[in-house]
Design a protein around this ligand. Structure first.
Ligand SMILES: [Zn+2]
Length: 329
């Protein structure tokens, strides 16, 4: 593998930790990769499409560590054929084969699934690693005077993990603190798990919190907590907006069409898939909480609704929701 100079995109945080910044501040489909180098080993966490474009990273790499099995975080796995690959054991199938990767998403629509599969190969350079190894929460990569500890933070995917790096760096991956808010739009996403992970990560003490996208490096715990609060609040806003919309009986298809995640102009392949999974998870939560009733088969309505007034309020809260910046994770 080649050693490639990244120029101004190579940002050193501590003696052993550097960020290799993706294009456009790491805005999807780009992402920020972390290069961690001890006395005996170096690892790259989440090699991005930029790693593929440049053909390598600045130092020889002994192992690739993936925070989870999503296309933008594993794009560069194939650039390091001689390096070990590690991912949380729950996401292993998504690294080992393309079929396993596709299962993480669980796309129901046949044509969408076909097109996504092609995109993962053509635009994200997916290279299966049947030899990938699983880690668990608390496992430590000892790099020689520098340790990296895995912190399991599921919800985005089953195996999604952050990394606590000696010297005050915490890699948040797709708990990315963007205005878009938490992404739990796939088959392997879970809303309750995501919230539990947000509670867990809140206790992390670090000098630098590194996100995979857009926000990049967040300095200091005070700023981190501000952004974390705003990030988490998006979940409640989505939930309330859907509840308002259910002031009149609606089907899941109507929730999908109305959109509670993406703004109307966004036209990417997985929009409908993500809206459907997200709405399903919120609908399950509403039913568990007794907030909605299935008033006829496949149609749901808010309990104790007051007819038209609810629908008018819904329009107001939705436009507020759509004021969010348009960033994906
Ligand atoms: Zn992701």
């Amino acid at each position: 593998m080649r050693e490639v100079d990244w120029g101004g995109r190579d940002r050193r945080l501590t003696e052993g930790v550097r960020i290799l910044c993706g294009g456009e501040d790491g805005k999807y489909p780009a992402a920020n990769s972390l290069l961690v180098q001890g006395r005996s080993e170096a690892i790259v966490i989440d090699p991005s499409v930029e790693v593929v474009a440049r053909g390598g990273v600045p130092v020889p790499v002994d192992a690739v560590v993936n925070s989870h099995a999503h296309e933008d975080h594993v794009a560069g796995n194939g650039v390091f054929p001689g390096a070990r690959v590690h991912v949380h054991e729950a996401d292993l199938p998504g690294i080992r084969s393309l079929d396993g990767f596709m299962a993480v998403f669980g796309i129901e629509h046949v044509e969408t699934r076909r097109r996504w599969r092609a995109s993962v190969l053509d635009e994200f350079h997916f290279a299966p690693r049947p030899d990938a190894r699983g880690f668990r929460d608390g496992d430590v990569f000892e790099l020689g005077g520098l340790a990296v500890e895995a912190v399991h933070l599921p919800g985005h995917t089953r195996g999604h993990s952050g990394f606590r790096v000696d010297g005050g760096v915490f890699y948040l991956s797709d708990i990315d603190l963007t205005g878009f808010g938490p992404y739990y739009g796939d088959a392997w996403s879970d809303l309750d798990d995501f919230e539990a992970s947000l509670r867990r990560v809140r206790d992390e003490e670090a000098d630098w919190y590194v996100t995979s996208h857009h926000k990049g490096v967040v300095e200091g715990r005070k700023r981190f907590l501000e952004l974390l609060d705003a990030f988490e609040a998006v979940i409640g806003r989505r939930h309330d907006a859907m509840l308002e919309f259910l002031g009149e009986p609606r089907s899941l298809d109507e929730l999908v069409e109305r959109r509670f995640v993406y703004r109307p102009h966004v036209d990417t392949l997985l929009v409908e898939h993500v809206e459907r999974r997200t709405a399903t998870l919120h609908l399950e939560r509403m039913r568990a909480r007794g907030e909605v009733d299935e008033v006829e088969p496949g149609r749901f309505a808010r309990r104790g609704r007051r007819g038209r007034a609810g629908a008018i309020r819904a329009a107001g809260s939705l436009s507020a929701l759509r004021g969010e910046p348009d960033v994906e994770g």
